[in-house]
Ligand binder design. Structure first.
Ligand SMILES: *Cc1c(COP(=O)(O)O)cnc(C)c1O
Length: 367
């Protein structure tokens, strides 16, 4: 069998090649390249898809987080709660906005924020201004518990939906429609991906939306009229917006296929050395299928010997990154640390064939 990659964007885009070429040709001929009609059109479509009133296209997901934080009222020096298990995305945005990261541990076996830990930190001596809730791996966090805690302590809630496009919780709410603002990335490997960098802020609040529109373009209230400090240049271009509009109608079917593959893994991988997280609901869109094993490195090597790629999401928690130079040495996150030593991501993308999925399952069961 040919090697099984962790992702294959060639398979993703090949059915769209002609449509994408026609769309880019149309943009080139239009003479309108940045924040034009194709961006406005995608913003309308994606807001509708998420079930919110406003979508503001920006340059990437990290910018979306930063702009969402500022638009939801986070100022330099404010403390922002977030988890430490997602590759520095949230931390980068918090630091870029001049705020202070305040790390919260995750729920055992779930990888999303532990609401009890958030409550403990929010009740502490140093007050928080906001919380970033990441729907990691495509699994929605416990938004009811987080929102209740946020309401008790007056925190703004920013959802990081960069891995959870289209997820729906038990109450029928889409990821991104629950908090005060939400950030999406359309990096090519995401559940909805462009052919380059792209991102968006979505929100139900007109006030937050107006601020986000200003922050993404120098803080302009109108052309060349800078009222808002902290403005950025973070714009979405017409070609990426056109591509996203072409692919958005496929998102639900892709997510369904991802979930189908994840469910097969959960049911058919039967090995006492590999811990499986059951995943049945529509609040999981299988951006990444992550198993846990105390023999993680041996499992990774075993899969490689069967031609199967795997990866670790993520190996170094944010508070332990060298760039902080010891600033967070007193932070203790037991579950986050344990996860960083045991998690392993198996191939899970919509274009995987059933035979490839079976091959991954067989290799896991032989470990
Ligand atoms: C990818 C990702 C981001 C950042 O998106 P970029 O477009 O790469 O800046 C933020 N948060 C999470 C959870 C992500 O997976």
């Amino acid at each position: 069998m040919t090697p099984i990659p962790l992702n294959d964007l060639g398979r993703r885009t090949s059915p769209f090649r002609e449509q994408l070429a026609a769309a880019s040709d149309a943009v080139v001929r239009s003479g309108y390249f940045v924040l034009g009609p194709a961006v406005a059109n995608f913003e309308r479509e994606f807001a509708g898809y998420c079930g919110v009133e406003h979508c503001i296209g920006v340059a990437n997901g990290t910018d979306a987080l930063e702009i969402a934080l500022k638009s939801a009222g986070v100022s330099p020096g404010d403390r922002v709660a977030l988890c430490a298990n997602a590759a520095m995305y949230g931390t980068s945005a918090v630091i870029a906005s001049g705020a202070i990261p305040c790390y919260v541990d995750i729920e055992p076996g779930r990888s999303t924020m532990d609401p009890a830990e958030l409550e403990r930190i929010a009740s502490g001596p140093d007050s928080l201004r906001a919380v970033i809730v990441t729907h990691l791996y495509g699994q929605m966090a416990d938004m009811d518990a987080v929102s209740a805690c946020a309401a008790r302590h007056g925190l703004s809630v920013i959802e990081d939906c960069a891995q959870a496009h289209g997820a729906i919780d038990q109450k029928g709410r889409r990821a991104g429609s629950i908090g005060d603002a939400a950030a999406f990335s359309f990096y090519p490997t995401k559940n909805l991906g462009a052919i380059g960098d792209a991102g968006a802020v979505v929100t139900r609040s007109e006030r937050v939306a107006n601020l986000a529109r200003q922050y993404r373009q120098y803080g302009w209230a109108g052309k060349y009229d800078n009222r808002l400090p902290g403005g950025r240049n973070s714009r979405l271009d017409e070609i990426q917006a056109s591509f996203l509009s072409i692919m958005l109608p496929s998102l639900d079917a892709w997510n369904q296929r991802r979930r189908h593959i994840a469910m097969r893994y959960s049911r058919e991988i039967l090995n006492s050395r590999i811990d499986i997280h059951p995943c049945e609901g529509s609040d999981y869109v299988a951006h990444l299928y992550v198993v846990r094993s105390r023999h993680r490195d041996a499992l990774k090597a075993h899969l490689a010997s069967h031609g199967i790629a795997s990866d670790i999401h993520y190996p170094i928690p944010d508070h332990r990154q060298a760039c902080h130079a010891g600033r967070f040495d007193d932070v203790i996150l037991h579950v986050t640390d344990r996860d960083s030593e045991t998690v392993l991501t198996l191939p899970c993308f919509p274009e995987l064939t059933d035979d490839e999925v079976s091959h991954v399952i067989d290799a896991c069961n032989l470990f």
